[in-house]
Structure formats: structure tokens, C-alpha cells
Design a binder for this molecule. Structure first.
Ligand SMILES: C[S@@+](CC[C@H](N)C(=O)[O-])C[C@H]1O[C@@H](n2cnc3c(N)ncnc32)[C@H](O)[C@@H]1O
Length: 208
């Protein structure tokens, strides 16, 4: 990993300042195909209320805002991510079609049973308290709603030692299909399905 790659990777858990903004722009490009793959497993209805947690540079929010007529929300703990998401979605934000706010997935400013769909792309690795975060997602979702957890790395991939350099550079917890399924089950979710594409993992679960 060269100096520039390392700077960008080190900013992934909570992008800040110049390198944080470079990371967010890079992630918007790099996770584009992965996001389309993950979203293909979700059925988003035209009237669904949708939230993207750990929205980063706002790419997933933008994609989701084209699938529903309701407002799409994005949250992130990083001020730089909020700014980048604002920039990418500014036209939709002006029409109140998109709302972006600063919040932690473990403690979100939403009423119970607010959302039909919740997405989380390349962010679960960095949640400080995953169990509380999954319970919080469960709380704010409507019955019958779906959550999607999407990662480009999984602990149960062939040769998982390939993530060692990455894990040395940043504090991250790479999940497996089984670890995500059991965390989601513990939070109350049902109907859990895992999709695998190379090293990528997309887990979909439903709130009963
Ligand atoms: C690798 S980036 C992915 C961003 C975006 N989802 C994407 O796919 O490009 C991880 C993002 O998760 C955010 N994040 C990390 N921990 C979080 C938490 N506890 N709550 C909300 N966002 C969080 C970071 O600030 C960062 O923007």
C-alpha cells in the first residue's frame, strides 16, 4: 500500500479534512458497482421511506432517491461525509427529496417504525457497538421492512489473510455471512439471506 492509498484507507472509518474528502470521492466511485449489485436484491417500492446509514459521499442516497417518491435520508458520523453528500445531492436536498444528517447508527434521531428500507454499504466494519446498532436499525424500521448490509470484504472469503494489511492500517471488523446473520437474528430480524459475489457479501433481513 503506497502513501496515498494508506492516507485514504485510514480515513475510511470517519473521513476528516483533505484526505477524508479524497476518500469519500474515491469511495463514491469504487463502491458504485458493488452498490448496484446489493440494491438488486432489495425490492424498493415507489412510496417507500428509505434510510442509508454511513452514507459517506452520498452515492447510495442518490441512487435510492431515484427509486422512491418519498424522502430519502442519509446519516453519517463524519462532517466531511455530510458535506460531500450535500454536494452530490444538492438539487434533491433543495426539493426536500433528500435529507442528510449527522448521527451515529447506534443512536439515531428517528421515531420507532419510520423506515421501510435501511441500507448500509461498506460501513458495518466501523460500528463501535454493532449489537446496539442492529437493535437501533430494528427499532426505526417498520414491520415488513428490509435492511441490507453490504460489504466488499468478508471474513469467510478464500484466503482471508489478504485483509491483514488493511486491518493493520485501520481498526475494522470484517464480518462473515454467519456473523452478520447471527447479529441480525439477535436484534430480532427474520428471513435472512446472504448473497456472495467474489469477496463481496450482501445480507438482506426483514423486520417481522
Ligand atoms: C468506507 S465508508 C463507506 C461510505 C459509503 N457508504 C460508501 O459506500 O461509499 C464508511 C462510512 O461509514 C461512516 N460511519 C462509520 N461509523 C459510523 C457510525 N457508527 N454511524 C454512522 N456512520 C458511520 C464513516 O464516517 C464513513 O463515511
Amino acid at each position: 500500500m503506497n502513501f496515498f492509498e494508506k492516507k485514504k484507507i485510514q480515513n475510511a472509518p470517519n473521513p476528516k479534512g483533505y484526505w477524508g474528502r479524497q476518500t469519500l470521492k474515491m469511495m463514491n466511485k469504487r463502491h458504485d458497482g458493488l452498490t448496484d449489485w446489493g440494491l438488486s436484491f432489495l425490492s424498493v417500492d415507489e412510496t417507500d421511506k428509505v434510510l442509508d446509514v454511513g452514507c459517506g459521499g452520498g452515492r447510495t442516497v442518490k441512487k435510492l432517491s431515484k427509486k422512491t417518491t418519498d424522502t430519502v435520508w442519509g446519516i453519517d458520523i463524519s462532517s466531511a461525509a455530510i458535506e460531500e453528500s450535500f454536494h452530490l445531492n444538492k438539487a434533491a436536498i433543495r426539493r426536500d427529496k433528500v435529507v442528510i444528517c449527522k448521527a451515529d447508527v447506534a443512536d439515531m434521531p428517528f421515531d420507532d417504525a419510520t423506515f421501510d428500507i435501511v441500507t448500509a454499504v461498506e460501513t458495518v466494519y466501523f460500528w463501535k457497538d454493532p449489537d446496539q446498532s442492529f437493535r437501533e436499525i430494528f427499532r426505526i424500521m417498520k414491520s415488513g421492512g428490509q435492511v441490507m448490509i453490504l460489504t466488499e470484504s468478508r471474513a469467510d472469503a478464500d484466503h482471508p489473510e489478504k485483509w491483514d494489511e488493511l486491518k493493520e492500517a485501520i481498526d475494522m471488523n470484517i464480518p462473515s455471512a454467519d456473523s452478520l446473520a447471527s447479529a441480525l437474528t439477535n436484534a430480532g430480524f427474520v428471513g435472512i439471506t446472504a448473497h456472495i459475489r467474489g469477496d463481496g457479501l450482501c445480507v438482506i433481513a426483514e423486520k417481522p
